[in-house]
Design a protein around this ligand. Structure first.
Ligand SMILES: [Zn+2]
Length: 239
């Protein structure tokens, strides 16, 4: 599983429970943070008294994100492409496509394509989809092997602005058995202390929704929307 996160914490806040479940079952889960979220998603760092600097913000966010990833059972790397605004040019697209080819993911998780309140998320989604397309065609970097399209899923856009993003979940992951792990990982992201409250509330809300389809209680869930269709010899089932 390969997870593309625009900022330091997105992978954890939006899909940390899913990552922990996959890691627990033995999957190799790797996170790519395109930026440290040093400008736009490090509010508690900038609120601290005393002198503040971008470089220090990046170092602190890297340490926090590494800690959170380790708690979830994932590995992580940082591209340091700069946030607010995150810009992805042709060179960066090629780097993403090469990274995807070298990792050969079965599943890719990334942002939802519409997130007007956080355009870095939109930019990441568009870049990841485009880079997968590049990695899948034979003429790109012919010295390396092309890959088939992985299953690609979007995690939550900016919470709680799903009223403005068109995000309609078509799959819920029940994260009840790993919710304490997700909370510990969120707590490690100390430059964004609001995450614990936001994503506890949101997991309860998504659990409430999921329970309507699961026909059993679901206390905490994460929501996803497919970019790629699933294929098998039967329809997807709820269990
Ligand atoms: Zn973000």
């Amino acid at each position: 599983m390969l997870v593309f996160s625009a900022h330091a914490a997105d992978f954890c806040s939006r899909a940390g429970g899913c990552l922990a479940l996959y890691a627990r079952r033995g999957a190799a889960v790797h996170v790519v943070d395109l930026t440290y979220g040093e400008r736009g998603e490090s509010e508690d760092y900038w609120a601290r008294p005393g002198e503040r600097a971008l470089e220090e913000a990046k170092q602190i966010r890297a340490a926090e994100a590494r800690e959170a990833a380790a708690i979830l059972g994932a590995t992580i790397e940082f591209l340091d492409w700069g946030d607010y605004p995150l810009l992805v040019d042709g060179e960066r697209l090629e780097a993403l496509a090469r990274l995807i080819r070298s990792r050969k993911p079965d599943i890719v998780l990334t942002h939802w394509k519409h997130d007007p309140f956080n355009v870095d998320h939109e930019v990441t989604a568009a870049a990841v989809l485009r880079a997968i397309g590049m990695a899948a065609v034979p003429g790109f970097a012919p010295e390396s092997e092309r890959i088939p399209w992985p299953q690609v899923y979007a995690f939550e856009p900016t919470v709680p602005r799903d009223d403005a993003t068109g995000f309609v979940p078509d799959h819920y992951v029940d994260i009840g058995e790993v919710f304490e792990i997700k909370l510990r990982a969120l707590a490690a992201l100390r430059s964004q202390t609001k995450l614990v409250r936001f994503y506890t509330q949101w997991a309860e809300y998504r659990g409430f929704q999921a329970a309507q389809s699961a026909r059993r209680p679901v206390r905490y869930a994460e929501a996803f929307e497919r970019y790629t269709a699933t294929v098998s010899d039967r329809l997807p089932e709820t269990f």
